[in-house]
Design a protein around this ligand. Structure first.
Ligand SMILES: Cc1cc2nc3c(=O)[nH]c(=O)nc-3n(C[C@H](O)[C@H](O)[C@H](O)COP(=O)(O)OP(=O)(O)OC[C@H]3O[C@@H](n4cnc5c(N)ncnc54)[C@H](O)[C@@H]3O)c2cc1C
Length: 239
């Protein structure tokens, strides 16, 4: 089993060189880049994924891993319901442990105001027929044995899940590679090549790739990359 955090000592899983051409070049090997690469490969689109360091070594291995429907905005909920279905299927397709567990998610309320917020979500939950329910103060007290604080109540969604991010994303990358995606680690994309107003290639630190399609999935680095092309995206980095 790999060790966390990723470090220079971990061997590269996906060495170069990058190919000379691809239908689509994906810049960034976090969960967004890796999952998109996999889904494009399923449609027989040739994909090269460039990662400047190691797959999932940035935000995508350091998060809490929740696959959560509870508390979502009404517009997000259909996407998360679909994502939950995909995660279950991907866990099987990967054929290795991605740490997927149906843990459920519970939020505790200290005030009537918080309980009112939970009640508001119940209307959204009912529309989408998810298993969220409210617990009263007595039921909440019974959740954790020996709990010293008392709460007004709680909201819980037993079907919510968690995956282990630093296992899941590298496993998805291995699956994508088995499905034909060319992944190249330690290979930063430097700039887009634009010809007659269209993308014609990507310059990388290991040479040029001819392509007509690029997905920029570079996380917090995306705005920096685009700035040199005169494109501004509303992205905020917070420390
Ligand atoms: C504290 C915390 C908790 C979170 N908890 C959850 C949670 O419970 N559930 C959940 O779903 N989400 C959670 N998130 C959000 C989640 O982590 C992110 O939405 C997700 O990881 C973003 O993935 P990404 O692929 O867009 O970016 P990243 O994971 O940042 O990947 C971008 C990749 O692009 C690479 N890159 C950048 N520039 C270049 C370049 N020029 N060339 C090549 N490669 C490049 C980087 O090296 C990096 O690996 C949490 C986030 C935080 C901070």
């Amino acid at each position: 089993m790999p060790t966390f955090p990723f470090s220079e000592a971990d061997p590269i899983q996906f060495p170069g060189p990058p190919p000379k051409s691809a239908d689509v070049v994906i810049i960034g090997g976090g969960v967004i880049g890796v999952a998109t690469a996999l889904f494009l490969a399923r449609r027989n689109i040739s994909v090269t994924l460039l990662e400047k360091g190691r797959i999932a070594a940035e935000q995508s291995s350091r998060n809490w891993g929740w696959i959560r429907k509870q508390g979502r905005d009404a517009d997000e909920l259909p996407i998360v319901i679909e994502a939950s279905r995909h995660w279950r299927q991907l866990a099987e397709e990967c054929g290795e442990d991605i740490g997927l567990k149906q843990t459920g998610v519970t939020y505790l309320a200290s005030s009537d105001r918080e309980m009112a917020r939970f009640e508001k979500f119940m209307t959204i939950a009912a529309v989408h027929e998810i298993d969220t329910r409210l617990l009263n103060a007595r039921e909440t007290a019974g959740l954790i044995k020996g709990m010293s604080r008392s709460f007004k109540g709680a909201m819980t969604t037993p079907s919510d899940m968690r995956a282990e991010p630093w296992l899941a994303v590298p496993a998805l990358a291995r699956l994508a590679a088995r499905r034909g995606v060319k992944i190249v680690e330690n290979c930063a994309a430097r700039a887009l090549e634009i010809s007659a107003g269209r993308i014609s290639g990507v310059w990388t630190e290991a040479g040029h790739i001819e392509t007509s399609g690029v997905l920029l999935a570079s996380g917090a680095w995306s705005s920096l990359f685009l700035r040199r092309h005169g494109v501004s995206i509303p992205q905020l980095s917070v420390r």
